[in-house]
Design a protein around this ligand. Structure first.
Ligand SMILES: Nc1nc2c(c(=O)[nH]1)N[C@H]1C(S)=C(S)[C@@H](COP(=O)(O)OP(=O)(O)OC[C@H]3O[C@@H](n4cnc5c(N)ncnc54)[C@H](O)[C@@H]3O)O[C@H]1N2
Ligand code: MOO
Length: 452
Protein backbone atom coordinates (compact mmCIF):
# COMPACT_ATOMS: atom_id res chain seq x y z
CA UNK A 1 0.00 0.00 0.00
CA UNK A 2 2.07 2.90 -1.31
CA UNK A 3 1.03 6.27 0.15
CA UNK A 4 -0.60 8.79 -2.17
CA UNK A 5 1.45 12.00 -2.32
CA UNK A 6 -0.85 15.03 -2.17
CA UNK A 7 -1.27 18.64 -1.05
CA UNK A 8 -3.08 19.72 2.11
CA UNK A 9 -5.97 21.02 -0.02
CA UNK A 10 -6.33 17.68 -1.78
CA UNK A 11 -6.24 15.81 1.51
CA UNK A 12 -8.95 18.08 2.94
CA UNK A 13 -11.18 17.10 0.00
CA UNK A 14 -10.64 13.40 0.80
CA UNK A 15 -11.43 14.04 4.48
CA UNK A 16 -14.63 15.93 3.69
CA UNK A 17 -15.76 13.17 1.31
CA UNK A 18 -15.55 10.72 4.22
CA UNK A 19 -18.11 12.48 6.45
CA UNK A 20 -21.64 13.81 6.03
CA UNK A 21 -23.73 16.17 8.20
CA UNK A 22 -25.53 14.45 11.06
CA UNK A 23 -29.31 14.16 11.28
CA UNK A 24 -31.13 17.31 12.40
CA UNK A 25 -33.44 17.54 15.41
CA UNK A 26 -34.69 20.33 17.65
CA UNK A 27 -33.40 21.60 20.95
CA UNK A 28 -34.66 24.00 23.61
CA UNK A 29 -33.23 27.44 23.03
CA UNK A 30 -31.66 27.27 26.51
CA UNK A 31 -29.62 24.22 25.43
CA UNK A 32 -28.82 25.38 21.90
CA UNK A 33 -25.62 27.33 22.62
CA UNK A 34 -22.81 25.95 20.46
CA UNK A 35 -25.09 23.84 18.25
CA UNK A 36 -25.23 24.43 14.53
CA UNK A 37 -28.54 25.50 13.00
CA UNK A 38 -30.00 23.00 10.56
CA UNK A 39 -32.39 25.53 8.98
CA UNK A 40 -32.61 29.27 8.47
CA UNK A 41 -34.41 30.92 11.41
CA UNK A 42 -37.02 33.65 11.00
CA UNK A 43 -38.48 35.95 13.66
CA UNK A 44 -41.82 34.67 15.01
CA UNK A 45 -42.62 38.08 16.55
CA UNK A 46 -41.46 41.66 16.01
CA UNK A 47 -39.03 43.37 18.40
CA UNK A 48 -40.17 45.49 20.10
CA UNK A 49 -43.65 44.01 19.74
CA UNK A 50 -45.28 47.43 20.37
CA UNK A 51 -44.36 51.13 20.19
CA UNK A 52 -42.49 51.86 23.43
CA UNK A 53 -40.62 54.51 25.40
CA UNK A 54 -36.85 54.72 24.89
CA UNK A 55 -36.43 56.92 28.03
CA UNK A 56 -37.89 57.38 31.52
CA UNK A 57 -40.02 60.53 31.32
CA UNK A 58 -43.41 61.76 30.13
CA UNK A 59 -45.46 60.50 27.19
CA UNK A 60 -46.95 63.50 25.42
CA UNK A 61 -48.70 64.59 22.21
CA UNK A 62 -46.18 66.59 20.18
CA UNK A 63 -49.03 68.73 18.84
CA UNK A 64 -49.24 70.13 22.43
CA UNK A 65 -45.59 71.30 22.35
CA UNK A 66 -44.86 74.66 20.71
CA UNK A 67 -42.65 74.15 17.62
CA UNK A 68 -40.34 77.03 18.71
CA UNK A 69 -39.22 75.01 21.78
CA UNK A 70 -40.84 77.24 24.39
CA UNK A 71 -42.00 75.45 27.56
CA UNK A 72 -45.54 74.29 28.17
CA UNK A 73 -47.23 72.98 31.33
CA UNK A 74 -49.27 69.77 30.98
CA UNK A 75 -51.53 67.97 33.49
CA UNK A 76 -50.02 64.64 34.67
CA UNK A 77 -52.92 62.17 34.49
CA UNK A 78 -51.37 58.74 34.95
CA UNK A 79 -48.44 56.31 35.08
CA UNK A 80 -47.31 53.60 32.74
CA UNK A 81 -44.58 51.27 33.90
CA UNK A 82 -42.86 48.51 31.87
CA UNK A 83 -45.22 45.52 31.54
CA UNK A 84 -48.55 47.20 32.48
CA UNK A 85 -51.94 45.54 32.12
CA UNK A 86 -53.97 48.71 31.36
CA UNK A 87 -52.87 51.78 29.42
CA UNK A 88 -54.07 55.30 30.19
CA UNK A 89 -54.86 57.50 27.20
CA UNK A 90 -53.04 60.81 26.67
CA UNK A 91 -55.49 63.56 25.72
CA UNK A 92 -54.76 67.12 24.62
CA UNK A 93 -53.03 69.06 27.41
CA UNK A 94 -52.09 65.88 29.28
CA UNK A 95 -48.86 63.99 30.05
CA UNK A 96 -48.40 60.47 31.44
CA UNK A 97 -45.38 59.25 33.40
CA UNK A 98 -43.69 56.50 31.43
CA UNK A 99 -40.72 54.21 32.10
CA UNK A 100 -38.22 52.92 29.51
CA UNK A 101 -39.60 49.95 27.57
CA UNK A 102 -43.24 50.61 28.53
CA UNK A 103 -45.85 50.69 25.75
CA UNK A 104 -46.66 54.15 24.46
CA UNK A 105 -50.23 55.05 25.52
CA UNK A 106 -52.65 55.90 22.75
CA UNK A 107 -52.65 59.57 21.86
CA UNK A 108 -48.97 60.03 22.73
CA UNK A 109 -46.30 60.18 20.04
CA UNK A 110 -43.23 61.40 21.95
CA UNK A 111 -41.41 60.92 25.26
CA UNK A 112 -39.68 63.79 27.06
CA UNK A 113 -36.84 62.49 29.32
CA UNK A 114 -37.53 63.36 32.99
CA UNK A 115 -34.22 65.22 33.37
CA UNK A 116 -35.44 67.75 30.75
CA UNK A 117 -38.67 68.51 32.68
CA UNK A 118 -39.61 70.48 35.80
CA UNK A 119 -39.74 67.15 37.73
CA UNK A 120 -35.98 66.68 37.29
CA UNK A 121 -35.88 63.03 38.34
CA UNK A 122 -38.09 60.16 39.46
CA UNK A 123 -37.50 58.70 42.92
CA UNK A 124 -37.45 54.90 42.81
CA UNK A 125 -40.44 53.43 44.68
CA UNK A 126 -42.07 56.83 45.38
CA UNK A 127 -45.66 57.26 44.11
CA UNK A 128 -46.58 59.98 41.65
CA UNK A 129 -46.97 63.33 43.51
CA UNK A 130 -46.73 65.87 40.70
CA UNK A 131 -50.05 67.22 39.37
CA UNK A 132 -48.41 68.93 36.39
CA UNK A 133 -45.13 69.07 34.54
CA UNK A 134 -43.43 71.79 32.52
CA UNK A 135 -41.50 70.65 29.50
CA UNK A 136 -40.59 71.57 25.94
CA UNK A 137 -40.26 69.91 22.54
CA UNK A 138 -37.01 67.91 22.07
CA UNK A 139 -35.16 67.16 18.86
CA UNK A 140 -35.93 63.42 19.05
CA UNK A 141 -39.21 61.69 20.01
CA UNK A 142 -37.51 58.89 22.09
CA UNK A 143 -40.03 56.33 20.89
CA UNK A 144 -39.06 52.83 19.69
CA UNK A 145 -41.47 51.79 16.97
CA UNK A 146 -42.91 48.26 16.84
CA UNK A 147 -40.65 46.07 14.68
CA UNK A 148 -37.95 48.75 14.57
CA UNK A 149 -35.31 46.27 15.71
CA UNK A 150 -36.60 42.99 14.21
CA UNK A 151 -39.62 42.56 11.90
CA UNK A 152 -41.76 39.45 12.20
CA UNK A 153 -40.67 37.05 9.44
CA UNK A 154 -37.20 38.60 9.10
CA UNK A 155 -34.23 36.22 8.61
CA UNK A 156 -32.41 36.03 11.96
CA UNK A 157 -29.80 33.32 11.51
CA UNK A 158 -28.52 31.19 8.66
CA UNK A 159 -28.51 27.40 8.53
CA UNK A 160 -24.98 26.12 9.08
CA UNK A 161 -23.99 28.75 11.65
CA UNK A 162 -23.23 28.07 15.28
CA UNK A 163 -25.62 29.48 17.89
CA UNK A 164 -23.71 32.07 19.94
CA UNK A 165 -24.62 33.51 23.35
CA UNK A 166 -25.42 36.88 21.79
CA UNK A 167 -27.66 35.16 19.24
CA UNK A 168 -29.58 33.35 22.01
CA UNK A 169 -30.77 36.79 23.16
CA UNK A 170 -31.99 37.81 19.72
CA UNK A 171 -33.67 34.46 19.14
CA UNK A 172 -35.44 34.55 22.53
CA UNK A 173 -36.72 38.10 21.91
CA UNK A 174 -38.01 37.08 18.49
CA UNK A 175 -40.08 34.19 19.80
CA UNK A 176 -37.82 31.16 19.30
CA UNK A 177 -38.64 28.29 21.70
CA UNK A 178 -37.11 25.18 20.17
CA UNK A 179 -34.55 25.57 17.44
CA UNK A 180 -33.61 23.18 14.61
CA UNK A 181 -30.03 22.02 15.21
CA UNK A 182 -27.86 19.01 14.53
CA UNK A 183 -26.69 16.89 17.43
CA UNK A 184 -23.11 17.06 18.72
CA UNK A 185 -20.84 14.57 16.98
CA UNK A 186 -19.39 11.77 19.10
CA UNK A 187 -15.66 11.46 18.54
CA UNK A 188 -13.57 8.51 19.75
CA UNK A 189 -9.93 9.46 20.37
CA UNK A 190 -7.40 6.61 20.41
CA UNK A 191 -3.68 7.00 21.24
CA UNK A 192 -1.35 4.29 20.00
CA UNK A 193 2.23 3.47 21.01
CA UNK A 194 3.81 0.95 23.38
CA UNK A 195 5.95 3.73 24.86
CA UNK A 196 2.89 5.60 26.15
CA UNK A 197 1.44 5.60 29.65
CA UNK A 198 -1.67 7.49 30.81
CA UNK A 199 -1.41 10.96 32.39
CA UNK A 200 -0.39 10.66 36.06
CA UNK A 201 1.56 7.39 35.70
CA UNK A 202 5.15 7.08 36.93
CA UNK A 203 7.41 6.82 33.87
CA UNK A 204 9.40 3.60 33.49
CA UNK A 205 12.44 3.25 31.22
CA UNK A 206 11.65 4.46 27.67
CA UNK A 207 8.15 5.51 28.60
CA UNK A 208 6.50 8.87 27.91
CA UNK A 209 3.13 10.29 28.90
CA UNK A 210 0.33 10.09 26.38
CA UNK A 211 -0.13 13.78 25.61
CA UNK A 212 -1.83 13.43 22.23
CA UNK A 213 -4.88 11.67 23.72
CA UNK A 214 -5.80 14.49 26.13
CA UNK A 215 -4.80 17.14 23.57
CA UNK A 216 -6.91 15.74 20.73
CA UNK A 217 -9.83 15.12 23.09
CA UNK A 218 -9.68 18.75 24.24
CA UNK A 219 -9.37 19.95 20.65
CA UNK A 220 -12.39 17.89 19.57
CA UNK A 221 -14.42 19.27 22.48
CA UNK A 222 -13.40 22.79 21.53
CA UNK A 223 -14.72 22.02 18.04
CA UNK A 224 -18.13 21.16 19.50
CA UNK A 225 -17.89 17.36 19.77
CA UNK A 226 -18.51 14.95 22.64
CA UNK A 227 -15.47 12.77 23.20
CA UNK A 228 -14.69 9.30 24.52
CA UNK A 229 -11.02 8.52 24.91
CA UNK A 230 -9.33 5.10 24.48
CA UNK A 231 -5.79 3.89 25.09
CA UNK A 232 -2.96 4.31 25.06
CA UNK A 233 -2.99 1.10 23.04
CA UNK A 234 0.28 -0.85 22.70
CA UNK A 235 1.74 -1.49 19.24
CA UNK A 236 -0.09 -4.77 18.87
CA UNK A 237 -2.36 -5.58 15.94
CA UNK A 238 -5.05 -7.37 17.91
CA UNK A 239 -5.06 -4.85 20.76
CA UNK A 240 -5.59 -2.04 18.27
CA UNK A 241 -8.33 -3.93 16.41
CA UNK A 242 -10.16 -4.61 19.67
CA UNK A 243 -9.87 -0.96 20.71
CA UNK A 244 -11.14 0.26 17.35
CA UNK A 245 -14.12 -2.11 17.68
CA UNK A 246 -14.86 -0.56 21.09
CA UNK A 247 -14.37 2.93 19.65
CA UNK A 248 -17.06 2.22 17.03
CA UNK A 249 -19.53 1.70 19.90
CA UNK A 250 -18.16 4.52 22.08
CA UNK A 251 -21.51 6.11 22.96
CA UNK A 252 -23.84 5.47 25.89
CA UNK A 253 -25.58 2.11 25.47
CA UNK A 254 -23.18 1.28 22.64
CA UNK A 255 -24.26 4.18 20.39
CA UNK A 256 -22.03 4.52 17.35
CA UNK A 257 -19.26 7.07 17.19
CA UNK A 258 -19.41 9.54 14.31
CA UNK A 259 -15.64 9.83 13.92
CA UNK A 260 -12.55 8.00 15.13
CA UNK A 261 -9.27 9.88 15.56
CA UNK A 262 -6.11 7.89 16.17
CA UNK A 263 -2.69 9.34 16.81
CA UNK A 264 0.57 7.58 15.96
CA UNK A 265 1.66 4.43 14.18
CA UNK A 266 0.95 5.76 10.73
CA UNK A 267 4.44 6.14 9.21
CA UNK A 268 6.96 3.60 7.98
CA UNK A 269 8.26 2.12 11.26
CA UNK A 270 8.31 -1.59 12.02
CA UNK A 271 5.94 -0.97 14.93
CA UNK A 272 3.59 1.30 13.02
CA UNK A 273 0.57 -0.76 13.88
CA UNK A 274 -2.05 1.58 12.42
CA UNK A 275 -0.50 1.05 8.99
CA UNK A 276 -0.53 -2.68 9.68
CA UNK A 277 -4.20 -2.69 10.59
CA UNK A 278 -5.02 -0.64 7.51
CA UNK A 279 -3.06 -3.05 5.29
CA UNK A 280 -4.88 -6.09 6.68
CA UNK A 281 -8.28 -4.66 5.91
CA UNK A 282 -10.29 -7.89 6.18
CA UNK A 283 -12.13 -8.40 9.51
CA UNK A 284 -9.97 -9.93 12.26
CA UNK A 285 -10.15 -13.53 13.55
CA UNK A 286 -12.48 -12.51 16.38
CA UNK A 287 -15.01 -11.22 13.85
CA UNK A 288 -14.16 -7.54 14.43
CA UNK A 289 -15.07 -4.83 12.00
CA UNK A 290 -12.14 -4.33 9.67
CA UNK A 291 -11.12 -1.30 7.66
CA UNK A 292 -12.71 -0.16 4.42
CA UNK A 293 -12.11 2.82 2.10
CA UNK A 294 -8.44 2.79 3.13
CA UNK A 295 -6.47 5.80 1.88
CA UNK A 296 -2.86 6.17 3.05
CA UNK A 297 -1.30 9.51 2.13
CA UNK A 298 1.90 11.50 2.31
CA UNK A 299 0.66 15.06 2.66
CA UNK A 300 2.88 17.99 1.67
CA UNK A 301 2.98 19.57 5.12
CA UNK A 302 5.49 19.82 7.92
CA UNK A 303 4.88 18.56 10.52
CA UNK A 304 2.07 16.10 9.88
CA UNK A 305 3.26 14.37 6.69
CA UNK A 306 2.05 10.79 7.19
CA UNK A 307 -1.77 10.54 7.22
CA UNK A 308 -4.35 7.87 6.60
CA UNK A 309 -8.11 7.80 6.17
CA UNK A 310 -10.46 4.84 6.36
CA UNK A 311 -13.70 3.58 7.87
CA UNK A 312 -13.63 1.12 10.74
CA UNK A 313 -16.90 -0.73 11.14
CA UNK A 314 -18.29 1.96 8.83
CA UNK A 315 -17.22 4.85 11.10
CA UNK A 316 -15.00 7.51 9.42
CA UNK A 317 -11.47 7.24 10.77
CA UNK A 318 -8.71 9.84 10.54
CA UNK A 319 -5.32 8.33 11.42
CA UNK A 320 -3.09 11.24 12.43
CA UNK A 321 0.67 11.08 12.95
CA UNK A 322 2.10 10.66 16.45
CA UNK A 323 4.47 13.63 16.64
CA UNK A 324 2.54 15.96 18.95
CA UNK A 325 2.82 19.13 16.83
CA UNK A 326 2.03 17.12 13.71
CA UNK A 327 -0.97 15.59 15.49
CA UNK A 328 -2.23 19.02 16.52
CA UNK A 329 -1.64 20.58 13.08
CA UNK A 330 -3.48 17.62 11.55
CA UNK A 331 -6.35 18.20 13.92
CA UNK A 332 -6.75 21.83 12.87
CA UNK A 333 -6.35 21.18 9.15
CA UNK A 334 -8.27 17.89 8.81
CA UNK A 335 -10.12 16.76 11.94
CA UNK A 336 -11.74 20.10 12.77
CA UNK A 337 -13.15 20.49 9.23
CA UNK A 338 -14.48 16.92 9.50
CA UNK A 339 -16.19 17.76 12.81
CA UNK A 340 -17.51 21.03 11.33
CA UNK A 341 -19.05 19.03 8.48
CA UNK A 342 -20.62 16.49 10.86
CA UNK A 343 -22.11 19.39 12.81
CA UNK A 344 -23.48 20.84 9.60
CA UNK A 345 -21.32 23.96 9.68
CA UNK A 346 -21.14 25.62 6.29
CA UNK A 347 -17.39 26.13 6.53
CA UNK A 348 -16.40 24.99 3.04
CA UNK A 349 -14.31 27.65 1.38
CA UNK A 350 -13.36 29.02 4.79
CA UNK A 351 -10.80 26.36 5.54
CA UNK A 352 -7.65 28.08 6.80
CA UNK A 353 -5.56 26.53 4.06
CA UNK A 354 -8.16 26.03 1.35
CA UNK A 355 -8.93 29.70 1.93
CA UNK A 356 -5.32 30.64 1.18
CA UNK A 357 -5.49 29.10 -2.25
CA UNK A 358 -9.18 29.43 -3.00
CA UNK A 359 -9.92 33.03 -2.15
CA UNK A 360 -8.26 36.31 -1.47
CA UNK A 361 -10.26 36.92 1.72
CA UNK A 362 -7.91 37.59 4.58
CA UNK A 363 -10.03 36.44 7.44
CA UNK A 364 -12.30 33.54 8.25
CA UNK A 365 -14.95 34.43 10.80
CA UNK A 366 -16.65 31.06 11.01
CA UNK A 367 -17.77 30.66 14.58
CA UNK A 368 -16.31 27.62 16.28
CA UNK A 369 -13.42 27.51 13.85
CA UNK A 370 -10.23 29.27 14.89
CA UNK A 371 -9.86 32.36 12.79
CA UNK A 372 -7.26 32.61 10.07
CA UNK A 373 -5.86 36.13 9.89
CA UNK A 374 -2.97 37.67 8.02
CA UNK A 375 -0.26 39.14 10.23
CA UNK A 376 3.21 40.46 9.58
CA UNK A 377 6.24 38.39 10.52
CA UNK A 378 8.20 40.38 13.12
CA UNK A 379 11.34 38.35 12.35
CA UNK A 380 12.28 36.11 9.44
CA UNK A 381 12.34 32.30 9.40
CA UNK A 382 12.82 29.45 6.96
CA UNK A 383 9.91 27.89 5.13
CA UNK A 384 9.64 24.22 4.26
CA UNK A 385 9.94 24.18 0.45
CA UNK A 386 7.47 21.82 -1.20
CA UNK A 387 5.47 21.46 2.03
CA UNK A 388 3.08 23.67 3.97
CA UNK A 389 5.00 24.70 7.08
CA UNK A 390 2.79 24.75 10.19
CA UNK A 391 4.78 26.77 12.71
CA UNK A 392 3.65 27.64 16.25
CA UNK A 393 3.93 31.43 16.61
CA UNK A 394 3.43 34.02 19.31
CA UNK A 395 1.84 37.44 18.86
CA UNK A 396 4.18 40.36 19.42
CA UNK A 397 3.79 44.14 19.09
CA UNK A 398 5.20 45.50 15.82
CA UNK A 399 7.53 48.51 15.86
CA UNK A 400 5.62 51.81 15.56
CA UNK A 401 6.94 52.66 12.09
CA UNK A 402 5.54 49.54 10.43
CA UNK A 403 6.54 49.63 6.78
CA UNK A 404 4.19 46.87 5.69
CA UNK A 405 1.00 47.89 3.92
CA UNK A 406 -1.92 46.09 5.50
CA UNK A 407 -0.05 45.00 8.62
CA UNK A 408 -1.67 45.73 11.97
CA UNK A 409 0.02 46.79 15.18
CA UNK A 410 0.54 43.12 16.04
CA UNK A 411 2.88 40.67 14.34
CA UNK A 412 4.15 37.15 14.95
CA UNK A 413 7.41 35.49 15.94
CA UNK A 414 8.16 31.75 15.99
CA UNK A 415 7.34 30.21 19.38
CA UNK A 416 10.01 27.56 18.80
CA UNK A 417 10.57 24.66 16.43
CA UNK A 418 7.71 23.17 14.43
CA UNK A 419 8.38 19.89 16.25
CA UNK A 420 8.38 21.34 19.75
CA UNK A 421 5.52 20.64 22.12
CA UNK A 422 6.60 23.57 24.32
CA UNK A 423 6.36 25.87 21.27
CA UNK A 424 2.85 24.61 20.66
CA UNK A 425 1.89 25.01 24.31
CA UNK A 426 2.98 28.66 24.38
CA UNK A 427 1.75 29.55 20.89
CA UNK A 428 -1.01 32.05 20.16
CA UNK A 429 -1.41 30.66 16.66
CA UNK A 430 -0.10 28.46 13.90
CA UNK A 431 1.58 30.21 10.97
CA UNK A 432 0.72 28.49 7.69
CA UNK A 433 3.57 29.09 5.27
CA UNK A 434 2.78 27.90 1.71
CA UNK A 435 4.97 25.25 0.03
CA UNK A 436 6.36 27.74 -2.52
CA UNK A 437 7.85 30.03 0.15
CA UNK A 438 11.39 29.05 1.11
CA UNK A 439 12.02 32.04 3.32
CA UNK A 440 9.73 34.28 5.34
CA UNK A 441 11.25 37.75 5.75
CA UNK A 442 10.53 40.26 8.51
CA UNK A 443 7.53 42.29 7.35
CA UNK A 444 6.04 39.56 5.11
CA UNK A 445 2.35 38.93 5.69
CA UNK A 446 1.68 35.35 6.76
CA UNK A 447 -1.56 33.50 7.35
CA UNK A 448 -2.00 32.64 11.02
CA UNK A 449 -4.59 30.35 12.51
CA UNK A 450 -5.35 31.91 15.90
CA UNK A 451 -5.59 29.42 18.74
CA UNK A 452 -6.85 31.64 21.54
N1 LIG B 1 11.42 6.08 7.78
C1 LIG B 1 10.53 7.05 8.05
N2 LIG B 1 10.34 7.39 9.32
C2 LIG B 1 9.48 8.38 9.61
C3 LIG B 1 8.82 9.07 8.57
C4 LIG B 1 9.04 8.67 7.27
O1 LIG B 1 8.48 9.23 6.30
N3 LIG B 1 9.91 7.65 7.04
N4 LIG B 1 8.02 10.12 8.90
C5 LIG B 1 8.31 10.80 10.14
C6 LIG B 1 7.29 11.74 10.44
S1 LIG B 1 7.25 13.17 9.53
C7 LIG B 1 6.43 11.57 11.46
S2 LIG B 1 5.29 12.78 11.83
C8 LIG B 1 6.42 10.40 12.28
C9 LIG B 1 4.99 9.90 12.40
O2 LIG B 1 5.01 8.65 12.81
P1 LIG B 1 3.80 7.91 13.44
O3 LIG B 1 2.49 8.54 13.12
O4 LIG B 1 3.95 6.51 13.09
O5 LIG B 1 3.99 8.23 14.97
P2 LIG B 1 4.77 7.38 16.05
O6 LIG B 1 5.96 6.77 15.42
O7 LIG B 1 3.81 6.52 16.69
O8 LIG B 1 5.21 8.56 16.99
C10 LIG B 1 6.01 9.61 16.56
C11 LIG B 1 6.54 10.36 17.78
O9 LIG B 1 5.47 10.88 18.51
C12 LIG B 1 5.43 10.37 19.84
N5 LIG B 1 4.03 10.10 20.22
C13 LIG B 1 3.22 9.24 19.58
N6 LIG B 1 2.03 9.21 20.19
C14 LIG B 1 2.11 10.06 21.22
C15 LIG B 1 1.19 10.44 22.22
N7 LIG B 1 -0.06 9.95 22.27
N8 LIG B 1 1.58 11.34 23.13
C16 LIG B 1 2.84 11.85 23.11
N9 LIG B 1 3.75 11.52 22.15
C17 LIG B 1 3.40 10.63 21.24
C18 LIG B 1 6.19 9.08 19.76
O10 LIG B 1 6.69 8.71 20.99
C19 LIG B 1 7.25 9.43 18.76
O11 LIG B 1 8.30 10.16 19.38
O12 LIG B 1 7.24 9.39 11.73
C20 LIG B 1 8.52 9.86 11.31
N10 LIG B 1 9.28 8.74 10.93
O1 MOO C 1 5.10 15.02 9.59
MO1 MOO C 1 6.12 14.75 10.81
O2 MOO C 1 4.87 15.38 11.84
O3 MOO C 1 6.90 16.12 9.88
O4 MOO C 1 7.19 15.27 11.98
Amino acid sequence: MEPQVRSVTEHVEHVLALVAPLRAGTRDLDDALGSVLAEDLYAAVSVPPFDSAAMDGYAVRSADLPPDGSPVTLRVTGDVAAGPSRLPEVRTGQAVRIMTGAPLPSGADAVIPVEHTSTGRFVAGAPRAEKSVTLARRPRPHVRSAGEDVRQGELLAHAGTEVTAAQVGGLAASGAVRVPVRRRPLVAVVSTGSELVPVGSVLGPGQITDSNGPMLAAAARSAGADVVRFGPVPDDLEALRRTLDRAVRAGDDGARADLILTAGGVSAGAADVVREVLAASAPGPDGGSGATDVDVATVAMSPGKPQALARWGGVPWLALPGNPVGAYASFELFARPAIDRLRGESSSGRHPVRGVWCSESTMSTQSGTPRAVRLAAATGWSGSPGRLLVLPVRLTPLPESGTVAGAGPVGVVPAGSHHSLSALATADGLALVPPDVDKVRAGDLVRVLLLR
